[in-house]
Design a protein around this ligand. Structure first.
Ligand SMILES: *[C@@H]1O[C@H](CO)[C@@H](O)[C@H](O)[C@H]1NC(C)=O
Ligand SMILES: *[C@@H]1O[C@H](CO)[C@@H](O)[C@H](O)[C@H]1NC(C)=O
Ligand SMILES: *[C@@H]1O[C@H](CO)[C@@H](O)[C@H](O)[C@H]1NC(C)=O
Ligand SMILES: *[C@@H]1O[C@H](CO)[C@@H](O)[C@H](O)[C@H]1NC(C)=O
Length: 375
């Protein structure tokens, strides 16, 4: 700031610039010299301790290195910048008047990856509350939430601890079973990060829900002597840890072997007929699936069993075909009718009533075009 030296004969000056660095980064402080004539240049730290005296190290801190000392500039380099390095660095030029200029070093703190936590276990139909915390940043980091690339509205709060900020944000939303495994992102940003960069943490939603169960059979038609494997596909969070197989209110055949999700029924006989069920439960509910087993004679001619989905698909197809036929019939009928009426009008026009007739009558007055609109 002081550069008013109009000393005897010489216009020596020193100039410098403010510097901003991210914590842990490298800062360069440059003292620009003008018309340097060999005077002593001193660089001091914010506590006014001399770092370099005309190019010679004075303070024992290896993080400061003299990079350049030329008649044009003195450049020092500070590596591993810390918050306590902040402040004004003095570039002093000892001529007859001392000139100095201060380079203010600002140390920013980039946020670390945020810590995302859930307040309590989410259950389907309820709400989940997530919190995102960045304990150190400077300036205070801005926290944002995203889910499926859409931003969620969070509530942020900050607290200053000395030179750094601790910031937190919470977000709440309703969850369903389909949200289990979904990803929510908390993003932290401030000027200490390169532009366009941010620190993100992904949180995988854990939504508990009641179980479901479905039975798949290894084959559609079962004859005596066959081996049938039934598989019970269960879902649920927490996952039901046990699957119970039953047959109506009778006991399972003795040959039946139930291992986890599968029930194996070897060497089937007709006495194995029955309604087989698998059941699973967790703390949120209970699910049961049924399978009706019919064991046919080995020689029996069995019509291919149509399972329910096929019946539905068949029904829909039949309906579609029916609709298409209706539309076609309708179109044909309409076009035939139009032509017929048109001709009728041309021919007589007397067997029609109302507007159509008037149209015809008017039409004969030279407004022939109208006819077609009323037919
Ligand atoms: C450098 O920083 C100081 C302190 O923040 C400020 O007063 C001064 O105006 C800044 N100088 C420049 C050139 O930005
Ligand atoms: C200060 O250092 C510069 C560069 O090494 C040198 O030219 C100059 O003579 C020194 N000045 C004094 C007074 O020692
Ligand atoms: C099985 O239970 C049904 C009702 O669920 C009952 O009508 C039937 O009598 C029971 N069969 C036997 C063998 O207990
Ligand atoms: C099992 O079902 C088949 C087919 O309906 C039938 O022919 C057979 O008699 C049944 N057996 C028993 C024991 O119910």
């Amino acid at each position: 700031l002081v550069s008013l030296s109009v000393g005897p004969g010489v216009g020596q000056e020193v100039q410098t610039e403010n510097v901003t660095v991210a914590e842990g980064g490298v800062a360069e402080i440059t003292c620009r010299l003008h018309q340097y004539d060999g005077s002593i240049v001193v660089i001091q730290n914010p506590s006014r301790q001399t770092l370099f005296f005309n190019g010679t190290r004075a303070l024992k801190d290896e993080r400061f290195q003299l990079e350049e000392f030329s008649p044009r500039r003195v450049r020092i380099r500070l590596s591993d910048a810390r918050l306590e390095d902040e402040g004004g660095y003095f570039c002093q030029l000892y001529t007859e008047d001392t000139h100095h200029q201060i380079a203010t070093l600002t140390v920013l703190v980039a946020p670390e990856n945020p810590v995302v936590e859930v307040r309590e276990q989410a259950v389907e139909g309820g709400e989940v509350e997530l919190s995102c915390l960045v304990p150190r940043s400077r300036p205070a980091a801005v926290l944002r939430w995203y889910r499926d690339r859409k931003e969620l509205k969070g509530v942020s709060s900050g607290q200053e601890n000395g030179k750094v900020w601790s910031v937190a944000s919470t977000v709440r939303f309703r969850v369903d079973r389909k949200d289990d495994g979904g990803i929510v992102i908390c993003e932290a940003q401030n000027q200490a990060l390169p532009s366009g960069h941010s620190k993100q943490t992904q949180y995988v939603l854990d939504v508990q829900y009641s179980p479901t169960a479905r039975i798949h059979a290894s084959q559609a038609v079962v004859r005596e002597g066959d081996t049938l494997v039934l598989t019970c596909a269960v879902t649920g969070n927490p996952r039901p840890n046990q699957i119970r197989w039953n047959r109506g209110n009778e006991s399972l055949p003795e040959r039946a072997e139930a291992v986890g999700e599968t029930l194996t029924l070897p060497g089937l006989v007709s006495a194995d007929n029955g309604t087989y069920t698998c059941e699973a439960s967790n703390k949120h509910g209970h699910a049961r699936a049924l399978y009706v087993l019919v064991v046919y004679d080995p020689g029996a001619v069995v019509e291919a069993q149509t399972s329910v989905p096929y019946a539905i698909v068949g029904g829909i197809l039949a309906l579609l075909v029916f609709l298409i036929i209706c539309v076609l019939v309708g179109m044909v009928w309409c076009s035939v009718r139009q032509k017929g009426s048109y001709l009728t009008h041309e021919a007589s026009g007397l067997d029609e009533q109302g507007e159509a007739r008037e149209a015809f009558l008017n039409g004969s007055d030279g407004h022939k075009r109208k006819e077609e609109f009323f037919i």
